[in-house]
Write a protein that binds this ligand. Structure first.
Ligand code: ATP
Length: 323
């Protein structure tokens, strides 16, 4: 959970909150009997990528919709660069780029028409719109498909168009719901690079994702949510310092197990196509030392590699605690 501090007026704010970025304080939203989000605190600072991680139904999309000011909270507040959407609706909308997990309506328009329409909607200067639209189509590599109706685009191409749509007005806060879903491996790498660039430009980038193995490369920090509540805030560096799981296989599994036992290491035997064990190592030095010890002891190691990302490790541990 994000640490809180008391404000002079008695209200409580998540730690590290300035006027930059986007902040939710004690927001709640129910749908009938379902408490989708309950008293959630969230902060995504400018210049950083913040991941929103949680199991299905945890409340991620509901929180993102409230951050995007597309859904009103039942209670609690959201501020965007210090502005309250209730009182500064137009200014807040202009500052936010929203990429939903599906492209949604407008699929009979072409990619170029969709972006042009959005640019008009945000009242960008008329004369600059055609160039801005072309630049954005090129940025997401849809230049060749610009005049095709959006419905004929593949899922991954629609995701890229959705990202261009979110960026057309150069927002300072970018909210992305599952942006990597449907993207092929090459496009995922491009997305990663683009999100880091956008953060480097000073934008607050929020990404909800289930593709945890890639988040270490993208995110500076993560907020873990479960059953409508934020349960942990962790920077990627903190996650890395908490160690990560390595998978080791050897052509002689018994010799591997015997050596790990001799070294006093706790390990887990993994089910999989190849016999393997996994164990938690604190850092790269520990990994290098163990690999050397195994090889010097004559254990026929056939593979030795991280089995999970650092944020994924935190998620799996939180999952374990939940059960
Ligand atoms: N419009 C709605 N009407 C009724 N229930 C809703 C509505 N939107 C969300 N919910 C419920 O609120 C809870 C949180 O849903 P939400 O979509 O925010 O979760 P999520 O973390 O984004 O899930 P996923 O990872 O599966 O996308 C779920 O139990 C969901 O069924």
């Amino acid at each position: 959970m994000t640490a809180n501090r008391d404000e002079p007026d008695g209200s409580r704010q998540p730690a590290g909150v300035g006027t930059g970025g986007i902040t939710a304080t004690a927001v709640s939203r129910s749908f009938g009997q379902v408490h989708a989000v309950e008293h959630m605190d969230f902060h995504a600072p400018a210049g950083k990528v913040t991941a929103l991680i949680g199991p299905n139904g945890a409340g991620k999309t509901t929180l993102l919709l409230m951050l995007a000011s597309l859904l009103a909270p039942d209670s609690g507040t959201v501020t965007v660069e210090g502005l309250d959407p209730q009182h500064h609706r137009a200014e807040v909308r202009r500052r936010i780029g929203w990429m939903p997990d599906t492209l949604g309506v407008w699929e009979s328009l072409t990619a170029r028409e969709i972006l042009t329409q959005m640019a008009r909607f945000y009242r960008l200067p008329k004369a600059g719109i055609p160039t801005r639209v072309t630049d954005m189509l090129d940025r997401v590599r849809l230049g060749d498909l610009a005049d095709q109706p959006a419905r004929v685009l593949s899922r991954g191409q629609q995701q890229r168009l959705s990202l261009a749509r979110a960026l057309i007005h150069d927002p300072s806060v970018l909210l992305l719901d599952e942006p990597a879903s449907g993207l092929d491996p090459g496009s995922r790498v491009e997305l990663r690079v683009m999100l880091r660039q956008l953060a480097a430009e000073g934008k607050a980038v929020v990404v909800s994702s289930h593709v945890l193995s890639e988040l270490d490369e993208i995110a500076d920090a993560a907020v873990f949510v479960d059953r409508g509540r934020s349960i942990r805030h962790q920077t990627t560096d903190e996650a890395a310092a908490a160690g990560r799981r390595y998978a080791i296989s050897a052509t002689d599994g018994a010799a591997l197990a015997a050596k790990l036992n001799e070294l006093g290491l706790t390990f887990r035997v993994e089910d999989g196509r190849r016999p393997a064990v996994s164990l938690l190592l604190m850092n790269d030095d520990d990994a290098a030392r163990l690999l050397r010890d195994l090889v010097l002891a004559g254990v026929p190691v056939s593979s030795f590699a991280p089995a999970s990302g650092a944020l994924e490790e935190t998620y799996m541990n939180l999952e374990g605690e939940r059960r």
